[in-house]
Write a protein that binds this ligand. Structure first.
Ligand code: PAF
Length: 289
């Protein structure tokens, strides 16, 4: 496995791989790799023949009051996991490598970013779209992999890729959960044992929403009230949102008459957690956890 900290090293490794007929797959991450990231790497290994993982805690997607400084980092552990997972190249840039001190350009995707995490985290999606566009330009992958846990991020990246005619296929991969249902996230490492137990309400609220909708509930407000009730039992520090939106536009729906994205962002202690479920009202067999 190669490790490149500078852009010319990445470009050179990718150029050689492509000259050998390899299909380049990129898994962009902020590190502290867990089973969710490893599932993206597995997906990349299935349909690409040269797998690149970028590990970069991107400062421009964190607000001034957010958890950039305490975001977990483990470079040595991440490199071991990448090597064991069969990654070909890891890109580990510094801030200086990624951003010129007088960088003045950013990518803004409008509309899709007006709801859910957009208003709660001003500038967040500009930071994500900009760094992902830069990673696409640096690595020039044929295909890139993102988790569906960050459903709004995935929609933003798909729209940006289409609008800017970036020649990259975007693949969304299923959310990976702990055995009790908590969505895998690097931020889970910031939870105390008690907070970790309370964090389960996110998944419990989503499952309740799914049960209600699939049992015939079509009123958005009724579903949201049940979810708030479940979430409030964990005494969250803050509920950023609990919403039911159209999975394509991310706009709130008025009536549940087609598949909807049920999504929430909740702070347990100082840790902000997000999760979502795509719920088809005509579906059956809701999870019983
Ligand atoms: O999902 C993440 O880990 C990040 O937002 C991403 C896509 C790597 C951009 O920094």
């Amino acid at each position: 496995m190669e490790v490149a900290r500078e852009i010319p090293g990445v470009r050179n490794a990718v150029r050689i791989a492509r000259s050998r007929g390899r299909r380049i797959g990129l898994v962009p991450t902020m590190g502290y790799l867990h089973a969710g990231h490893l599932s993206l790497i597995e997906a990349a290994r299935r349909d690409a023949t040269f797998v690149v993982v970028s590990i970069y805690v991107n400062p421009t997607q964190f607000g001034p009051q957010e958890d950039y400084a305490r975001y977990p980092r483990d470079e040595a552990g991440d490199l071991q996991k990448c090597a064991a997972a069969g990654v070909d190249l890891v890109f580990l840039p510094s801030d200086e490598e990624m951003y010129a001190p007088d960088a003045a350009t950013s990518v803004h995707v409008s509309g899709l970013t007006d709801t859910l995490c957009g208003p709660c985290r001003p500038g967040h999606f500009d930071g994500v779209a900009t760094v992902v566009a830069k990673l696409f330009n640096i690595v020039q992958p044929d295909v890139a992999y993102f988790g569906r846990k960050d459903a709004q991020q995935l929609a933003v990246i798909q729209r940006m890729t289409r609008d800017l005619n970036l020649p990259v296929q975007i693949v969304g991969c299923p959310t990976v959960r702990e055995p009790d249902g908590l969505a895998m996230s690097s931020r889970n490492a910031m939870l105390s044992a008690d907070q970790r137990r309370r964090a389960l309400v996110l998944y419990q609220a989503l499952c309740q929403a799914q049960r209600s909708i699939q049992a015939g509930q079509r009123q958005v407000q009724a579903v949201l009230e049940e979810m708030y009730h479940i979430v409030s039992q964990a005494q969250p520090t803050r509920v950023d949102y609990i919403s039911i939106v159209d999975p394509q536009t991310m706009q709130p729906v008025e009536h549940i008459d087609r598949p909807v994205l049920v999504a929430l962002a909740v702070r347990i202690g100082n840790t902000r957690l997000i999760d979502n479920l795509l719920v088809d009202p005509m579906g059956s067999a809701p999870p019983s956890r």
